[in-house]
Design a protein around this ligand. Sequence first.
Ligand code: ZN
Length: 169
Amino acid sequence: MPLPSTYAERNCSLARALEVVGERWTLLIIRDAFFGVRRFGDFATQLGIPRAVLTSRLKSLVREGVLSRDDAGSYQLTERGIALWPAVRALMHWGDESYSPSGAKRALRHDADGGLVDAGNRCQECGALVPVPELRIEPGPGYEPPAEPQDPVSTAMNQPRLLLEPISP
Ligand SMILES: [Zn+2]
């Protein structure tokens, strides 16, 4: 669904980026991919997204070079996809600041030293800018444990884990 091609939009990289990631499900698929979801069925279970919509969004993300799909049907973020991390992180942080009075829903730590990582991706322990594969995500102070047992994918996503580490082998 291309945007109207006005002069202003041709010269706006935000408009171009939103053509790829501006749809709600798409950013949630990308978030799940950072959290280690790789299989169609796992995205479907975790997101509760209609399968036809999921198929279409995954195709579009592969076409745009954000995800790659291997022969076994497993999806992984490409370098271009991983480069979306600061945008995902900034929106998570904005959501926490705006709507989570008890604090971050999820905390990020530098795996090497356990230091908390701030919204700018800097470790509060060692001061390093932490690359995505060295980020550990865990329930934060604003995390509300689910009242009912969850599916295995959601349960795995709510355990402390390294980003990009696959949930199912
Ligand atoms: Zn550190």
